[in-house]
Structures are given as C-alpha cells and as structure tokens.
Design a protein around this ligand. Structure first.
Ligand code: WT7
Length: 658
C-alpha cells in the first residue's frame, strides 16, 4: 500500500529503523503546539487527506474507496467505506513481526498476595484466538451479540477481542448493575451468549455475578449459552446444556484463528449508557472509524515511548476501558495494565504500590478516585516513590482545582503533565484534551480540541457563541471517525437525542466555557444526567425505580455537589410514609434491585409537595438549587403553581442526612 504524505504538514518523522522496532509502519506524532495547530487546521481544511494518511498506516485486507460520507442532517455517517479490516489484526497480528515478545498485558489481581499475570503480544494473540475458537464452537458467528458481565479478569479483555476477531458484537455490562438492568440490556440487543464469573473479587467483598446472571436470564430467552470464568471457586449452579466452565474450554482450544474480514461500517460493539430520558441507550460503534479514533487519540494524547508502561484504572464495563485499556494501547503496540481491585484495598496506598511495583509511566484515572485517595491522607502517597511516573490523566467528570493540585503535587511531584480528557461513550474516544508534554495543561481545563474535532458553544436559542472567550452548551460541528453511528435498534432515538436540540449539530449534553486562547473548560451536564463517581446516571431512570415503591406518589431526582463523588443523588419524594430513614433504606434496596448499587440516592427527602409550573411540570431547576444549598439564587418563584412548596422544602432540608 502506498503511504502518501501531504506536503503541507511537518509532523516529526521518526526514523524508519525506529519504526520497525516499534512494529508500526508509521508514527506521526504531534510534537509541538505549532505542530498541533497545523494538524488541527489540516484536519478540517483537508479532512479527507488528513484521515486517509492516518488510516493508511493500519492494516486493511481490502483498501477503502472513500474517506467519509454523511452528515448531521442525514445521519448516514460512514468512514472508510469499501475497506475491510479487523481491529484485532491491528491490535495483535500487526505487532508480531517486531514485538512478539513485548509485554502486551499485565494483570494485577485484587489481592496483592496473589500472582500477577503477564502476556506478551504472542501470548495474547494465542489467547484471543483460543477464545475465538471457543466462541465459534458454541455457535457464535459474525453479527451475533455476546454480553459480558464480568469482573476485571484477563478473560474480559481477551473475550472482547475474541468477539472482534470473529465479527461478533460485544456488549459489556458493568458488574455493578443489577439483574434487572443486565436483563434489560440483554433483551434490548438480543444477546445469544453471556460470559460471566462465578463471583467477582472487589476489595474485601465478593459479588455473586453468576447468581445475578441466573436471575437476569429468567427473562432473557435469546441467551442460549453461558460461559463461566471461575474466579473465587464458590459453588454455583450450572444449568445443564446452557452453562459451561470457560477455562477448560480455553485450554483445549486451538491457538490459531483467522480474523474475520470486517467491512469498515460493520458493528464492533454496543455499550449501554444513560441519558436524560427513558431506558439506557445501546450506542453502536463500528469497526474502522472507531479503530482509527481509539488509536490516534491514544497516541497523540498520551505521547508514549516504546518502553513506557501505561495503566488506566477504569473498568472495561465503561467506554474508558474499551478505548483506553483494550483497543487504544494495543493498537499502538503498547503494554496495557488491568487491575482487578479497588483503590483502597488493602489500603489507600494500593494504586501507588502498583505504580512502584511495575514502574508505571502513564497513569489514567478519574477525579472521584483522586478525591477519595486525597481524603485518606497524604501518608499513603508520600511513603511511595512514584518516580517512574511521567504523565497523569483524568477522565469521566470535571476535575476540581483542589483535586487537580493534589494530583499534580502529591502524585506527579509537579513534574508530570496532566491530561484532562473530555469525551463520552458516544464519542468513542477523547475529543478535548491537552497532549502530554506538547500542549499546555491548565488546572480544571480539558483545554484543546483534538484534530478532527470542531467544538461549538451555543446558547439556548441555538446561537453560536463565536467570540473568542464564551460560554454555552457544547456541540460538535461535524462528524469524526470514532462517533457512535446509531442507538441499537432505534435510529430515530439517536436523531432525537443528539441532533434535534440544535439541528445540524451534535449536542453533547455538557456545558462549557472557552477562554481567549481557545481552551475549553467543561462545566458539567446541562441535562437530566448526573455524574456520580464518574458513573453516568439518568435521573429519570432513578425516578422510575423510586416510583415503583408502593408508598411513593411522585418523585424528583437531582444531582448536588458531593466532595468525593463529584455529584451525589438527591431524591425528593411525595409519599404516604412518614419515616425518612426507613424510606431511604427501602428505596436503597429497591434501586439496588432495579438499577444497581451505583444509583443509590445519597439523600432522600419526603416533601409535602414538589414545586411545579402552572402546566404541572416539576421545576427541577429549583430543586437542584435547593439540593446544592444555593437558596439565595432561586430566582423568581412567584410564577409557580405552588410557590409555598419551595419554602416548605427549604425548611426541611436542614435535617436531611446522607
Ligand atoms: C460524560 C460522559 C469519557 C469516558 C468516561 C465517561 C463527563 C467525561 C470529562 C472531563 C469534564 C467529563 C461529561 C460527559 N466527562 N470526561 N474530562 N471533564 N467532564 O463517559 O459515561 O459517557 O460520560 O462524562 O459530562 O458528557 P460517559
């Protein structure tokens, strides 16, 4: 394949012998601010050339005919059409020639006393092929949906890649969701197989994943096969003919499996996420565009050298774990780490012990973890070396100044650039971030849009705010390769959710500010989505769950500032019940059952009435202010149907406990 370079770029070119050592055909690294500007301009002015050049550095079994088509009006967005590739060829096979013995995966178990596992690229390739053959032996073929409900064991990563290798569509459900939530996702995508653990280790606790799966499967007729990765060895039920132990199957399987030739727009995975209305949405990501985006954004943002070691602490159950534990690092031939446990087990020094143990250079985590560890006191971090660290990353929610400063000082020892990466399940990969050591890190700012990303700030009347420094709702102007193509089974909902508020633009649901120099600061969601410990929760979903309680007449759920979690969940309810504490307990167990423990409210308040407009709509804006304690800035409430409800609620709030 001919690799063409446009003449108007001056990317730093790494010498060819360096490249072959890396096992990559080409490395185009942005290495300075000017370089970044040029790349960004080029990505918009010569978009087709820009992406062609990047895409041609990957392996295709058939070259693509065109770069991109479709827009935010027709919503028929396609990238690299006519091409065929397999993301696992690019993650694995491509590196075998030069980096077969390089570490691909390091797995650190929940308990520091247990042995870790390391797989080279050669070994990971073989494991993925074995898993692919097991899937095939159980009838899985291209296009089938396979659901993973697992903890962070190596087989979650190899299983996901095995699906991609044979063209099955993976859908990973985070292990903190309930049986009912799991069932809802399985039913929605009609998964034919579920892969789970007997139990998960999580700090000092175990979670009975197989038991939860069994409960879920009572309502999921599409599932024919369950594979169980034994982890704790607890005695669990195996349903004859349906359930099989995974590990013996893997051991017996052949370690060679040819990759399925996937069309660029063939589905790669579905990942469910919450929105402001209705049930969770299954965002669909497709093969080639997602691949290029995950790879390119990882490369430019983290700026890794060949011998560096990267660790992202996310769970593969979220998009961060898809793009930046699994695909992004492997596409770049880097070593990725997977951690099974929690930041505070056996103590609040665990992250830093792991950093020192493996000499991690690039560390990527969420503000909620930073704040939680900060609250445990500086001794846990100060007693560790951390001298291997070079780059720190933040993802999932806005990082407040205090947490940013602590991260910079106590963890990075003021010598590691921080990349604050803004993106979403929908975007597939990072959209706004500094490039480590290349562009400036600014506390609390995600900073600059990556090449290919054109952010717009709009006011509520859809006017674009085009002065340099501005504030507004964050939209994206034009398609990028990694964007989700649809909501599984509901393209109309995709249009409604993302493209109807501001026609012709993708609306992110976030608010943002821009400074004079074009740096973006994300201020948080402007819709009815709350971000609790970096987990995205739809208030409507929580309300629906609360309303199932027989004593609840009506409810309104809002987010409020929480010192560790970023946002906490505040539930206002109208109820015949009197005792708030009992009610809070009952609602906790109800929500745990319907959604999962991650959606439990932090505060429950029984109100006499909820503030409403004359047309009967609950004024969540006012409840949000009350929950945040901002009662001096409620604004005009005289037009409400029941302004007296506001005073009553404010009087009660003082006594509400967490
Ligand atoms: C929402 C997306 C991105 C992967 C993990 C979360 C918030 C994410 C940042 C950041 C401020 C952020 C936004 C976004 N968010 N990263 N660096 N600064 N806010 O993915 O579950 O799809 O949630 O997380 O509100 O819309 P997600």
């Amino acid at each position: 394949m001919i690799i063409s370079f446009s003449t108007n770029t001056n990317f730093s070119r790494i010498k060819l012998h360096e490249l072959s050592k890396r096992g990559l055909k080409e490395m185009d690294r942005i290495t300075s601010y000017e370089n970044y500007r040029e790349a960004w301009n080029n990505s918009h002015e010569n978009s087709q050339d820009y992406w062609r050049r990047i895409a041609e550095t990957y392996q295709w079994s058939r070259p693509f005919d065109s770069i991109s088509s479709g827009d935010f009006s027709d919503l028929e967005i396609k990238w690299f059409e006519g091409g065929q590739t397999n993301i696992t060829t690019n993650c694995l096979d491509r590196h075998l020639k030069h980096s077969a013995n390089k570490k691909a995966l390091i797995w650190e178990p929940n308990s520091p006393d247990e042995e870790s596992i390391t797989l080279t690229y050669q070994e990971l390739h073989a494991e993925v092929c074995r898993f692919s053959n097991v899937l095939k032996e159980h009838g899985i073929k291209k296009g089938d949906r396979v659901c993973f409900y697992m903890s962070m064991v190596p087989e979650l990563l190899t299983g996901v890649l095995a699906c991609a290798r044979i063209g099955a569509i993976h859908s990973v459900v985070f292990g903190g969701f309930s049986a009912q939530a799991l069932a809802g996702r399985i039913i929605d995508c009609e998964a034919v197989m579920v892969i789970t653990n007997d139990e998960a280790y999580r700090g000092a606790k175990t979670i009975p994943l197989k038991e939860i799966t069994d409960l879920a499967l009572e309502t999921c007729p599409s599932v024919k096969t369950v594979l169980v990765r034994e982890r704790t060895g607890s005695s669990i039920n195996y349903k004859e003919g349906r359930d099989h132990k995974l590990m013996p199957l893997l051991k017996a399987a052949n370690s060679k499996c040819p990759p399925e030739a996937m069309n660029s727009e063939d589905p790669l995975f579905i990942l469910y996420t919450s929105g402001s209305t209705g049930k969770p949405k299954g965002l669909l990501h497709t093969t080639a565009g997602y691949m290029i985006w995950a790879a390119e954004t990882f490369k430019q943002v983290f700026q890794m050298q060949n011998d560096d070691l990267y660790w992202c602490t996310a769970d593969i159950g979220w998009i961060t774990g898809h793009s930046y534990i699994t695909y992004g690092p492997l596409l770049n031939g880097q070593t990725t780490m997977m951690f099974e446990g929690t930041p505070t087990y056996p103590d609040a020094g665990r992250f830093w012990d792991i950093v020192d143990k493996y000499e991690v250079t690039h560390f990527y985590t969420a503000p909620t973890a930073i704040r939680a560890l900060q609250a445990c006191g500086p001794e846990h971090v100060r007693s560790k070396s951390l001298k291997s660290l070079k780059v720190l990353g933040s993802v999932g929610e806005p990082i407040n100044d205090e947490a940013w400063q602590w991260y910079n000082k106590e963890v990075g020892k003021e010598r590691c650039p921080i990349v604050d990466t803004w993106w979403q399940t929908e975007t597939g990969g990072i959209m706004i971030s500094s490039l480590a050591g290349v562009t400036e890190s600014i506390p609390t700012y995600a900073t600059l849009p990556l090449p290919g990303v054109k952010p717009l700030l709009v006011d509520s009347d859809a006017n674009i705010q085009d002065s340099k420094s501005a504030e507004g709702n964050l939209c994206i102007a034009s398609p990028w390769p990694g964007m989700a193509r649809t909501i599984w089974g509901d393209h109309e909902r995709y249009r409604q959710t993302y493209f109807s508020t501001y026609p012709g633009k993708y609306f992110t649901g976030d608010g943002a500010k821009r400074d004079e120099k074009g740096n973006y600061r994300i201020t948080g969601r402007v819709d009815d989505v709350i971000n609790v410990s970096g987990h995205r929760i739809g208030t409507a979903e929580v309300e629906d769950a609360i309303n199932e309680h027989p004593a609840v007449v009506e409810s309104a759920v809002v987010g409020y500032p929480h010192p560790i979690k970023g946002q906490g969940i505040y539930a206002f309810i109208i109820s015949s019940a009197q005792d708030e504490e009992i009610m809070a307990k009952e609602l906790n167990s109800l929500i745990t059952k319907i959604i999962g423990p991650i959606a439990k409210p932090d505060k429950v308040q029984i109100a006499a009435a909820l503030p409403k407009t004359r047309s009967g709509k609950i004024m969540r804006r006012i409840l949000r202010k009350i929950a945040a304690g901002e009662i001096d800035t409620l604004g005009d409430i005289s037009t409400l149907l029941n302004p007296e409800a506001v005073d009553q609620i404010i009087k009660q709030t003082a006594s509400i406990k967490e």
